[in-house]
Design a protein around this ligand. Structure first.
Ligand SMILES: Nc1ncnc2c1ncn2[C@@H]1O[C@H](COP(=O)(O)OP(=O)(O)OP(=O)(O)O)[C@@H](O)[C@H]1O
Length: 260
C-alpha cells in the first residue's frame, strides 16, 4: 500500500479571538489544517465566527492566542502578554481575499483598480501590470470593461473585478467571504463560475458561503463552525448530507439548529 503525505499549506493552531477586550469570545480554539490542493468551504450559523476566521488569516484582526502558519512558516501569532498580534506581512501578501461588499476604489477605473497594488507594492512597471490586467479581464469575460468605473458595473461584474484584482498579486491561497451574498440571484452564478475556474486550475481556497449548492460543488472539504469551534470537518457529502437535501433552507436550518 502506498501512502502520500503532503505538508499543510495552512495550519491554524488553538486560535482564540475575542472582541471587546475579551467580552465576546468568537474563536474558542480553532485547529484547522489545509493541504495544498484543498478547497475548503466553511459553513455554520450566523455569528459563528466564519468571517472573523478569514479576517484573522488575512491579518485584519488581532488574536488573543494561537497561531496561523503558511507553508510551514508561522505568520500570525500572539505575543501572549499584551494581546498583540505579530504578523509577517511578507507571508501575508501571498494570500488574497475577496469580501462580501465590493471593495473597489470608486474613483479608479477597472484597469487602475487592478494595477494599483502591483505597481505600488511590488514596483511592477505600469505597462507590464496593465497587460497582465487585460489578460485577466479577458479571461473573466470583462475585456470590454477595462475603462469602466465601479459605479458603471453590475454587482456580479464588480465581484469578478475584485477577484481579478486579488489575483494580480499572484496569491498562493484565496479567501472568499460570502462573495455572492449581496448579489441579485441572477448574478450569483457568473461569480461562482469564476471561482470554479480558479478551482479547476488548482488554486487553494477557503470559502465562506451560505450557498449549499455551491459548497457541494466546489468543496474538497467542508468545515462546520459553530460556537467558535470546529464541529465537523470532512468531505462535502459527509458534512452536507445527501444530495436530495442539499441547498434547502429547511436542511440548513435543521443542521444548524441541531449542531448549535
Ligand atoms: N468588530 C467587531 N466588534 C465586536 N463584535 C464583532 C465584531 N465583528 C464581529 N463581531 C461579533 O463576532 C461574532 C462573529 O461574527 P462573524 O462575522 O465572524 O460571524 P459569521 O459566522 O461570519 O456570521 P455571518 O454568517 O452572519 O456572516 C458575532 O457575534 C459578531 O457580532
Amino acid at each position: 500500500m502506498t501512502m502520500s503525505f503532503s505538508l499543510p499549506l495552512v495550519k491554524m493552531q488553538a486560535l482564540h479571538k475575542s472582541y471587546g477586550s475579551g467580552a465576546i469570545q468568537v474563536l474558542k480554539g480553532i485547529d484547522i489544517e489545509m493541504k495544498p490542493g484543498d478547497r475548503v468551504v466553511v459553513i455554520g450559523p450566523s455569528g459563528g465566527g466564519k468571517s472573523t476566521l478569514l479576517r484573522v488569516m488575512m491579518g485584519l484582526e488581532q488574536i488573543d492566542s494561537g497561531s496561523v502558519s503558511f507553508d510551514g512558516k508561522p505568520y500570525i501569532s500572539s505575543d501572549g502578554r499584551a494581546r498583540r498580534t505579530i504578523i509577517d506581512t511578507e507571508v501575508r501578501r501571498s494570500i488574497g481575499m475577496v469580501f462580501q461588499h465590493y471593495t473597489l476604489f470608486p474613483h479608479l477605473n477597472v484597469i487602475q483598480n487592478l494595477i494599483l497594488a502591483p505597481c505600488k507594492v511590488r514596483g511592477e512597471p505600469k505597462a507590464k501590470a496593465t497587460s497582465r490586467a487585460q489578460a485577466l479581464l479577458q479571461r473573466f469575460g470583462l475585456g470590454a470593461k477595462a475603462k469602466a468605473y465601479p459605479a458603471q458595473l453590475s454587482g456580479g461584474q464588480k465581484q469578478r473585478v475584485a477577484i481579478a484584482r486579488a489575483l494580480m498579486l499572484d496569491p498562493k491561497l484565496m479567501l472568499f467571504d460570502e462573495v455572492t451574498s449581496a448579489l441579485d440571484p441572477e448574478l450569483v452564478s457568473e461569480v461562482e463560475q469564476v471561482i470554479m475556474q480558479l478551482a479547476s486550475q488548482d488554486m487553494p481556497m477557503m470559502i465562506v458561503t451560505h450557498d449549499m449548492w455551491f459548497a457541494k460543488n466546489i468543496a474538497s472539504r467542508v468545515i462546520f463552525c459553530a460556537g467558535g469551534v470546529v464541529v465537523e470537518d470532512g468531505p462535502p457529502e459527509q458534512v452536507l448530507g445527501s444530495p436530495k437535501e442539499e441547498r434547502t433552507k429547511e436542511f440548513i436550518d435543521r443542521v444548524f439548529h441541531i449542531k448549535q
